[in-house]
Design a protein around this ligand. Structure first.
Ligand code: MRU
Length: 373
């Protein structure tokens, strides 16, 4: 993503000092582009818990750097295992977090403590580079699907997406948005229906911001509008990202994804899920029963945050405020993810190609998993 004509990844090591970790504060986007400096594992954990960084692949990459920061303070076996466990617990649903920490530990356990810091930075950098390459490949594979639709529709494609699975949710490119960026860059007339994605509004805030910066035509809609648009032929395909895909192809993603899949199924609209293989949890099959769904603070449902709009109070226009939505005394609940069963998923778009959402489909692309599956 380019900001002021400079290409940025969503996480990087500060080239000035060579060790602090930089991220964009996603709780401030799009009203303000603030770069945060993370210098301890606790700061990384705080950034993940509070969703200053979010999106399954990105939290894995940032957590990997979090372990490198922890090792700068204490590279002993005990400290490494303790800090790794602490970072892995920061959010429960996205498997990339535990995958990244697991990969870091697998690399570092065999390294002597005095060499661990450099090895940790190198491994975290490799995780980031691989994420970028995987997402670019997902983009190319998804582009073929969009090109087929465009060929039938006079170069036009209308895609609906939920939450944010773009550049800012990964190290670069995004998953669900990568094919959209590529289609747009190739001259396909792609338009995106962007679910606002209550309660945190990742669609209205982050996806709309990203698409706008890239020049992709888009329209933000209330979360409940997608079914209606599909009934009226205004959606050619749904593409979403995911926080965890099980061995049998069940998909955990932002709350509300399941309802979009049901509506897509009812209307014969393809429902595709874009993911790097780091999002596959080969250890579980039944996503509805086995994936832990994060329950976030109910205040996220009971209130909404954003800049004041005029003309009510011109002096304070633009000031970011939190406004209460729910009357005092009413309870709110906030399950942050849901699981879409594989039978509702038309295909999984991975870095190795597109496959059926099933164990056979996944194993056809990842045959090396046959023994563990
Ligand atoms: O709670 P969030 O904002 O971290 O949830 C993110 C999502 O649900 C994304 O769609 C998912 O992580 C895919 S990101 C490429």
């Amino acid at each position: 993503m380019k900001i002021d004509n400079v290409a940025y990844r969503s996480v990087w090591v500060d080239p000035q000092d060579g060790w602090t970790v930089r991220i964009f504060d996603q709780t401030r986007l799009p009203w303000s582009i603030d770069v945060l400096r993370l210098s301890t594992a606790d700061e990384v954990a705080h950034a993940i818990r509070t969703m200053q960084v979010r999106g399954a692949p990105l939290i894995g990459a940032v957590a990997a750097y979090g372990l490198a920061l922890a090792l700068r303070e204490d590279a002993s076996d005990t400290a490494m295992e303790r800090e790794a466990a602490m970072l892995a617990e920061t959010r429960p649903t996205a498997i990339n977090l535990r995958w990244a920490i697991g990969r870091m530990l697998a690399r570092l356990r065999g390294v002597a403590p005095h060499s661990r810091v450099q090895a940790a930075y190198d491994e975290a950098a490799a995780i980031c580079d691989e994420d970028v390459a995987q997402n670019e490949a997902i983009g190319r594979n998804g582009l073929s699907l969009l090109s087929e639709i465009a060929a039938r529709r006079g170069n036009r494609v209308d895609v609906l997406t939920h939450c944010n699975a773009g550049w800012i949710a990964t190290v670069d490119w995004g998953t669900a948005l990568a094919p959209i960026y590529m289609a747009h860059d190739q001259g396909i007339d792609v338009h995106v229906w962007v679910d606002e994605t209550r309660p945190r509004n990742q669609g209205a805030l982050l996806t709309a911001w990203e698409l706008g910066r890239h020049g992709v035509p888009h329209t933000v809609i209330a979360d409940n509008a997608g079914g209606h648009l599909m009934q009226h032929g205004k959606v050619d395909a749904v593409i979403v990202g995911t926080d965890r895909v099980t061995r049998q192809g069940d998909v955990a993603n932002k709350i509300g994804t399941y309802l979009k899949a049901l509506a897509a199924h009812d209307n014969g609209v393809p429902f595709w899920v874009a993911l790097p293989s780091t999002t596959i949890d080969w250890t579980i099959g039944d996503g509805v029963r086995e994936i832990e769904i994060e329950e976030r603070n109910a205040d996220e449902v009971g209130a909404i945050t954003g800049p004041l709009v005029g003309p009510g109070d011109v002096d304070r226009e633009g000031e970011v405020r939190t406004i209460r939505l729910v009357p005092p005394g009413s309870r709110a609940a906030n399950p942050a993810f849901d699981v879409t069963p594989a039978r509702l998923v038309s295909g999984l778009i991975t870095e190795r190609g597109v496959c059926a959402a099933s164990e056979a489909g996944l194993l056809s692309l990842f045959p090396e998993r046959r023994q563990t599956a």
